[in-house]
Design a protein. Structure first.
Length: 348
């Protein structure tokens, strides 16, 4: 199992410290640093900035939003980042959610499975530098009965194949991930609750006639170090409440539904009720301690090492940490603690 670092969203006032964390992760031997996007900063600009100031660590999108770009635009971005970074780019993709897709990008959140499949097909076709001709349900290139012509990418990526990851939560999307992707970017991944999810991923791989050998399972988990793991959990409550309560509508919150499948349906509903009523303190307090602990790395080095062993035994191959400590020095120390814990666990 390798370590990764997730910087989250850029532009939250901690940009300088995030860049220093990325540099430190590079020095410490972390395998990849990821950047996210929603409706603020975009991931590719951040990744280009990080790649320019690091030397070994991979840079990855977790994720590029599928409704935000045409497949051709994503292929151009991936090829450019791979070239500029010297072959260090990983392409993480996700469909986002209905509110962002339709409200921000103006793209209907319809047939996400079919759109994703065709999208990845076209991106890979372009990255192979083939002339892009595609007659799909959701994408047609060139457009019929018009002046468009089939074009090929002019940029040469460093590698023949850029690793492609999907962010997936629901059963059908998990199967698609196992079928067509090189890796999976889970959120709220718990070793004790992951068997059903992994079964769907494995079923998709078997459908494509392959196994999960070489397939990268790369969850992002909050990391908070300190002597008292219960006190550490409090630093994660705001993040958990936001996703369980505020990401999406009451009817369509994929993270809330995931928590329900993990056995926390009543608690997740309570969190969502408080959050939608704008009682954020109550929403944070309602997040179960057991849920936070199951999906995070909390406490001293020895406890974190135990949890790392559980993640590795569950099949995780890249354990990506996201620091929830308040200052750069503490966050940097936590990255070093994670390295020490991984060595103590003996699963590197």
């Amino acid at each position: 199992m390798r370590l990764g670092l997730n910087l989250g969203y850029w532009g939250a006032g901690n940009d300088a410290s995030n860049l220093e964390l990325a540099k430190q992760a590079d020095t410490l031997g972390y395998s990849v640093v990821w950047a996210a996007e929603a409706y603020g900063s975009d991931a590719p600009t951040v990744l280009a900035w990080v790649a320019a100031q690091t030397s070994r660590i991979d840079v990855g999108s977790a994720v590029l939003q599928i409704p935000a770009r045409t497949p051709a635009a994503t292929a151009m971005t991936a090829a450019t980042l791979d070239s500029l970074s010297g072959g260090r780019f990983r392409l993480g993709l996700g469909v986002s959610g209905p509110q962002v897709s339709e409200g921000w990008h103006g793209v209907r959140f319809a047939s996400p499975i079919g759109r994703t499949r065709e999208y990845v097909d076209i991106v890979r076709m372009a990255l192979r530098r083939e002339r892009v001709r595609y007659d799909g349900t959701h994408f047609q290139l060139p457009l019929p009965e018009g002046p468009g012509k089939a074009l090929a990418l002019t940029v040469h990526p460093v590698r023949e194949s850029i690793p492609t990851y999907l962010a997936a939560i629901g059963p059908r999307n998990l199967e698609l991930t196992g079928e067509i992707a090189d890796g999976w970017l889970p959120v709220f991944f718990s070793p004790e609750h992951a068997a059903e999810q992994l079964a769907h991923v494995r079923a998709g791989a078997e459908k494509a006639g392959r196994t999960l050998d070489g397939f990268d399972i790369a969850p992002t988990v909050p990391l908070v170090t300190g002597p008292d793991w219960r006190a550490c959990a409090d630093a994660v409550r705001g993040y958990a409440a936001l996703y369980l309560g505020g990401m999406g509508s009451k009817e369509k919150n994929f993270y809330n539904q995931l928590a329900g499948r993990m056995g926390f349906a009543a608690e997740a509903a309570e969190v969502q009720g408080h959050y939608l009523a704008k009682d954020y303190a109550a929403a944070m307090a309602a997040v179960p301690l057991e849920f936070i602990d199951a999906t995070s790395l909390l406490g001293p080095k020895e406890r974190i090492a135990e949890r790392m062993t559980a993640f590795a035994e569950a099949g995780v191959t890249t354990l990506t940490v996201a620091s929830y400590l308040p200052d750069p020095d503490s966050a940097g120390a936590a990255l070093r603690t994670a390295v020490d814990a991984l060595e103590l666990a003996g699963v590197a």
